[in-house]
Design a protein around this ligand. Sequence first.
Ligand code: FES
Length: 158
Amino acid sequence: MKERLQEIFSHYKGKENELIPILQEVQSEFGYIPEEAMKDIAQFLHIPRGRVYSVATFYAQFRLKPIGRNHIMVCRGTACHVRGATKILEELEKILNIKEGETTPDMEFSLETVACIGACGVGPNIVINKNTFGRMNTRILPDILSSCSKSFGGKADD
Ligand code: FES
């Protein structure tokens, strides 16, 4: 981790106003902001660790826990909501046995909601690992999950 952080820091001058772009780059690299990285960021920017932590927790874009190999986001925009996004979310919570914002213990799936993704016409939509699935219904969810993960009988890692 140290080496990857040093590589990220090499793009910056060590000024406090670089905190958010550094956090964004760290999250892009690791998928979340590890505790250890916050310590190193604070040292690099010569600011208290608490400042890094408070910024990382203030902005919803930053994640402080690792996400699963398959990152599922259910659109909670109005159009998708009207077309049944809540049922999709509830079904995913049931199938995966986790709540929104959580990750399965095997780190296979994380489940989150997201604001409108701009594909309202084909909602309700879910996004899995940056792939959008439109016209979603609860019947096809198991097949979609299978296509992502062996833990649902899929071949994703073959
Ligand atoms: S509300 Fe879901 S894509 Fe716009």
